[in-house]
Every structure is written in C-alpha cells, then in structure tokens.
Design a protein around this ligand. Structure first.
Ligand code: HEC
Ligand code: HEC
Ligand code: HEC
Ligand code: HEC
Ligand code: HEC
Length: 457
C-alpha cells in the first residue's frame, strides 16, 4: 500500500473540517489572549470560548482524516490493494518526508491548542464566575451572600469540591445533571441544604483552618433595638469559649473540642435537614464509646439512618452564604453599624414592617421599601425629615440592601429559609444535642449549663 498522500485531503469534507478547526483555533487564540490581558468579564463568553469553541476545534480535526479516508476509497475503488497492510513509511521518498513533517508540525500545534483549551476550560469551570453567575437566578441567593461574606475571595470549588481528580470527576458528572435541571426548569426552589455530597471538612475547610489552633475565648456583643419610638438599645455581651487545642491536647477543649482529631462524634438525624437528632455517639481517644439517645427514640427508628460524622459544617453550615435569621436581626445589625440611624423615630419598626411585606419582584420591593420609608418620615415626622434628610435617605438605601441580600422571590428564599446552626436562639442549633434530652442508658445527658459554651459579661 502506498503512503497516504496529502492529495486525498482535497475533498469537501476535509476542507470543511480544516476550515472549522482553523477558524475556531484563531478565535480561541484571540480571545485567550484578550482574556489573559484581563478583557473578559462576561460569564457566557467563557462558555462559548472555553467549552464550545474547543469542541468545534476537535470535531474539525476528526473530520479531516474521515474525509481523506472517503476520498481515498473513492479514488482507489476498483483497484484492490495487493497487500492490505499498514502503510510503509519510507523517509527516502520526498512525498513521505513532506507529509510526515506536515503531520508532525500540525500535531504539535494541535496538542498545544488543545492543552491550552483544556487548561483554561477547567480553570474557567472552577471560577466563581462560572459557579455563581452562569445560572444567574438559581445561584443568586448563594452568590449574593458569598460576595458579602468572609470567604468572598475563596473559590466556590475550594469548599464545594476540594482538590484531587476523583472529586473533580464526581462534581462534573453532577454538574451535567444540574445543567439539564436548569434547562428543563426542574431544579428545586430554594436549592435544598444540607448539601449531602459535600466533601468532608477536613479536605476543604481544614486546608485553611486548623482546629488545634483555636484557643481561648472570643467576645461578641449582640446589639438589639426595640420597636419603640426611641429604638431603645439593649446589649448582650457573650464570652464564647472557642477552645480548640488547649491544655487537654489529646481531646482539646471548649467549643472546638468537637473537631479535635482525638474525638469522633457521629449522629443519626431523623429529618432531611439534620435539625432533629435521634442519637449522638462519642468515641474518645481511650476508645471509650458513649451513646446519647433522645427521649423516646428507639433502635428500630434509627436502623435505616446513615450516621453522619460531625465536622465543621454541622455548626458552621452558613460560613459564607450567611443570611440574616430574621428581618429584625438584619435591621439590628444595620443599626449597630450605623447605616440606619437610631435617631430616626420608629426606624426599627418601620424598616422591619417594610422588609417583611410580600413583593412580587425584587425591583418592586426596592421601590416600595425606599418610598415607604421616605414617605413615612416626610408625612409623620416632617421636622425630622427636614432636619436630617440625608439620614432618612441612607436608611432607605440600607433597608433596600437588606432586602436585596436576604430575599429572593424567584428562588422562594426569604427570611429564615436557611437556618443557621451556630447558636440556639433563632433555630435549635447547638440545642439539637445540648437540650438535656439526649442521654446515655444510665441517664447522663449532654451538658446544657449556660456557661459550658459562653459566659455573660
Ligand atoms: C467557605 C466555604 C464555601 C464557599 C467559598 C462557597 N460555599 Fe456554597 N456552601 C457552603 C456550605 C458549608 C454550604 C451548606 C452545606 C450544608 O448545609 O450542607 C453551602 C451551600 C451551598 C448551596 C446550597 C444551598 C444553600 O444555600 O444551602 C449552593 C447552591 C452553594 N453553596 C453555592 C455556592 C456558590 C455558587 C459559591 C461561589 C460563588 C459557593 N457556594 C461558595 C460553603 C461554601
Ligand atoms: C481557601 C482558604 C479557606 C477555606 C477553604 C475556608 N476558609 Fe474560612 N476563612 C478563611 C479566611 C482567610 C478567613 C478570614 C476572613 C476575614 O477575616 O475576613 C476565614 C474566616 C472564617 C470564619 C470566621 C468568619 C467571621 O465572620 O469572622 C469562619 C467561621 C470560617 N472561616 C469557617 C470556614 C468553614 C466552615 C470552611 C469550610 C466550609 C472554611 N472556613 C473554608 C479562609 C478559608
Ligand atoms: C460544635 C460546633 C462547632 C464546630 C464543630 C466548629 N465550630 Fe468553629 N465556631 C463555633 C462557634 C460557636 C464559634 C464562635 C461563633 C462566632 O464567632 O460568632 C466558632 C468560631 C470559629 C471561627 C472564628 C474564630 C475567631 O476567633 O473569630 C473559625 C475560623 C471557625 N470557628 C472555624 C471552624 C472550623 C474550620 C471548624 C472545623 C474544623 C469548626 N470551626 C468547627 C462552633 C463550631
Ligand atoms: C451532634 C451533637 C452536637 C451538637 C450539634 C453540638 N454538640 Fe457540643 N457536644 C456534643 C457532645 C456529645 C459533647 C460531649 C458530652 C458532654 O460534654 O456532655 C459535647 C460537648 C460540648 C462542649 C464541652 C467540651 C469540653 O471541653 O469538654 C462544648 C463547649 C460544646 N459541646 C459546645 C457546643 C456548641 C457551642 C454547639 C453549637 C454551635 C454544640 N456544642 C453543638 C454534641 C454536640
Ligand atoms: C452548647 C453550647 C451553648 C449552651 C449550653 C448555651 N449557649 Fe447560649 N449561645 C451559644 C452560642 C454558640 C451562641 C451564639 C453566639 C453568636 O451568635 O455568635 C449563643 C448565644 C446566646 C445568646 C445571644 C443570642 C442572640 O441571638 O441574641 C443568649 C442570650 C444565650 N446564648 C443564652 C444562653 C442561656 C441562658 C443558656 C443556658 C440555658 C445558654 N445560652 C446555653 C451556645 C450555647
């Protein structure tokens, strides 16, 4: 059999393939350069350039030899090759030399382009832009909270996926399912938590935070305002026993005692949201195992429940998508931070009333809240309005922002949709276990003394 000649490439299929490949390579390289120089900001351009164009590039490449094969079959049809074997590569033949050179150079270029595309495609799919903005409506609540949270510079994938190939593949498979759900509008509103296939915190959170390093106490002051004319302030100052490594290095102490490597805590939740806990089992470094079962819960009820090993997420379930527990709490913190002036009469009451009313869309909510608050002062307190119009306007803007950060009608997310497990006032939180009702067979309960976790100052 003679060596395949480039002449077979002169057919419409191969030329079409070459054109598609060349065009997509050129477009890809141009946008790749623009992107490297910092010109690319639109998340949808990313999909086209980093995922779809490379697809066309490779499809074009595949089509070229297919066209050549058909062409060769056409040209040699009727002439049976005497020996149907592999082509002989004789580099003494100038044709073979030229073809080999062309194939080698083109292959090298193709490998470079495909690697660039694969590298940038993966990097793009790991970007906050891709995770947070492509499916805009779906991710809007989490993305908004994320941008205002302490982890705004941590990539979504650093918490949701973590490093390593197996989790990468797992996440891409589940991503394909999600794309169909978004296309078919079958996704849940709100997106449910807990995220059951979240990677264990030791591979995500603990890449940056190390439990043995926590120590001592943290003082937090929680400020509340009454719904009276003066917005009367009351403070609670808690000294939280953060703990961690501490003196009992093998088990740790204080609140972060739970995640000291010496201790292992497993629990059996009896609901989907992990808010009701049937049994807790503690294993200490000496091998001692204790089970605390909730009053009235039987072994049979727990038989089919997969126990969960407690980690950071069981308390810090909202480390970054932190929504205010209620409109009242949201207004309290805006007042404590000075965005809503406490000198405005009934500011707390009015803001909370406007924030908890129902609005069909976010745009309508913004208008109604801003005009509602300004009109209240203009009509009811004209002297306050005249004297301090700037404060009224700042309060109106800030109240709009509170709505924007916490309520998402399209996703059915509103005040209290996502509960935070870190305390015990707005939701069961710590008291899911520390409620005095989870006991060992001999009647010893998980402790609930008020100064176990914090002292008041
Ligand atoms: C600091 C870690 C961290 C980062 C960064 C992070 N998340 Fe999350 N995310 C979590 C945790 C923890 C949960 C709740 C898991 C649970 O309760 O099981 C969560 C839950 C979610 C949920 C489920 C719905 C909900 O609100 O509970 C979505 C959707 C989500 N995250 C999207 C994102 C997107 C998009 C980004 C990037 C813009 C992102 N996350 C960045 C930690 C993180
Ligand atoms: C890539 C590194 C990184 C990862 C991963 C990470 N964090 Fe953080 N986290 C930080 C940094 C940095 C800060 C400090 C931010 C600041 O002070 O503004 C922080 C702050 C925090 C805080 C204190 C927040 C506050 O309001 O003071 C908590 C709680 C926390 N992280 C929990 C978690 C949990 C839980 C996870 C896993 C779901 C996690 N982090 C994953 C880097 C990370
Ligand atoms: C038993 C519940 C619980 C577990 C488990 C837990 N934490 Fe905490 N953590 C708390 C509480 C409560 C606070 C103090 C709350 C606050 O700052 O308002 C806190 C505070 C923190 C802070 C802020 C510390 C500071 O000095 O400001 C970080 C960071 C943190 N935790 C990270 C983690 C990480 C990472 C893990 C997992 C290795 C973890 N926590 C496991 C309950 C827990
Ligand atoms: C899944 C169950 C569970 C949850 C949720 C839970 N704990 Fe615990 N906690 C335990 C168990 C079990 C013990 C050990 C038994 C005991 O001390 O009574 C314990 C012990 C403690 C201790 C004593 C540690 C030491 O130094 O010996 C502190 C402090 C504590 N928890 C704080 C918290 C805080 C704060 C929260 C909420 C943010 C919380 N726990 C949520 C199960 C839980
Ligand atoms: C298992 C640990 C634990 C126990 C036991 C505990 N607390 Fe708390 N408490 C917390 C945590 C964690 C917070 C949240 C701190 C924060 O918001 O950062 C909190 C917050 C509070 C707050 C402020 C809440 C707010 O939102 O204004 C009060 C008040 C309070 N606790 C009272 C008590 C009293 C009274 C007891 C005794 C019956 C008690 N706590 C027992 C862990 C505990």
């Amino acid at each position: 059999m003679e060596f395949p000649r480039m002449k077979y490439a002169r057919n419409w299929i191969s030329i079409g393939g070459a054109a598609v490949t060349t065009l997509s390579a050129a477009l890809f390289l141009i946008v790749f350069l623009l992107d490297a120089l910092g010109f690319h900001t639109n998340p949808y351009i990313g999909i086209v350039v980093f995922l779809i164009l490379p697809g066309f590039f490779i499809a074009g490449l595949v089509v070229i030899p297919i066209g050549m094969w058909f062409e060769r079959r056409r040209q040699v049809s009727g002439r049976r090759p005497s020996k149907p074997t592999w082509p002989i590569l004789d580099l003494n033949s100038p044709v073979a030399r030229r073809t080999t050179m062309v194939v080698l150079v083109m292959t090298f270029l193709n490998v470079v382009i495909v690697s660039l595309a694969a590298y940038r495609g993966i990097e793009y799919m790991d970007s906050v832009q891709f995770c947070g903005q492509v499916c805009h409506t779906v991710m809007q609540p989490e993305y908004t909270a994320y941008q205002n949270g302490p982890h705004a510079r941590v990539l979504c994938v650093q918490c949701h996926i973590g490093p390593g190939a197996p989790w990468f593949v797992k996440s891409k498979l589940s991503g394909v399912r999600q794309v169909f759900a978004v296309a078919a509008h079958t996704y849940s509103r709100p997106i449910p938590s807990p995220v059951t296939d979240l990677r264990p915190a030791r591979d995500t959170c603990e890449q940056c935070h190390w439990p043995a390093f926590f120590h001592g106490d943290k003082v937090v002051t929680l400020r509340e305002y009454a719904e009276d004319e003066a917005n009367t302030e009351s403070d609670t100052t808690l000294q939280l026993h953060i703990g961690g490594g501490g003196e009992r290095a093998d088990v740790g102490e204080g609140i972060h005692w739970h995640v000291n490597p010496g201790n292992n805590i497993r629990y059996w939740p009896t609901d989907d949201k992990r808010q009701v806990i049937g049994r807790v089992e503690l294993t200490t470094p000496d091998g001692k195992r204790q089970a605390f079962t909730a009053d009235g819960v039987t072994d049979a009820q727990l038989a089919n429940i997969e126990p969960r090993t407690m980690d950071c997420i069981d308390c810090h379930n909202r480390p970054t998508h932190t929504f205010a527990a209620s409109a009242a709490k949201a207004v309290d913190s805006a007042m404590a931070d000075g965005f809503i002036a406490t000198s405005l009469p009934y500011a707390k009451k009015e803001a909370v009333a406007l924030l908890t009313a129902a609005y069909p869309t976010r745009e309508q909510a913004r208008d109604a809240i801003a005009t509602g608050l300004t009109d209240f002062y203009r009509t009811k307190y004209p002297d306050v309005f005249a004297k301090d119009q700037a404060a009224v306007e700042r309060a109106a803007r800030s109240t709009e922002d509170l709505y924007d950060r916490n309520v998402f009608p399209d996703m059915n997310v509103t005040w209290g949709t996502y509960v935070n497990n870190i305390g015990h006032m707005d939701s069961p939180g710590c008291f899911r276990c520390h409620d005095g009702n989870h006991k060992t067979p001999d009647g010893q309960a998980i402790k609930q003394d008020c100064d176990l976790c914090h002292s008041f100052q």
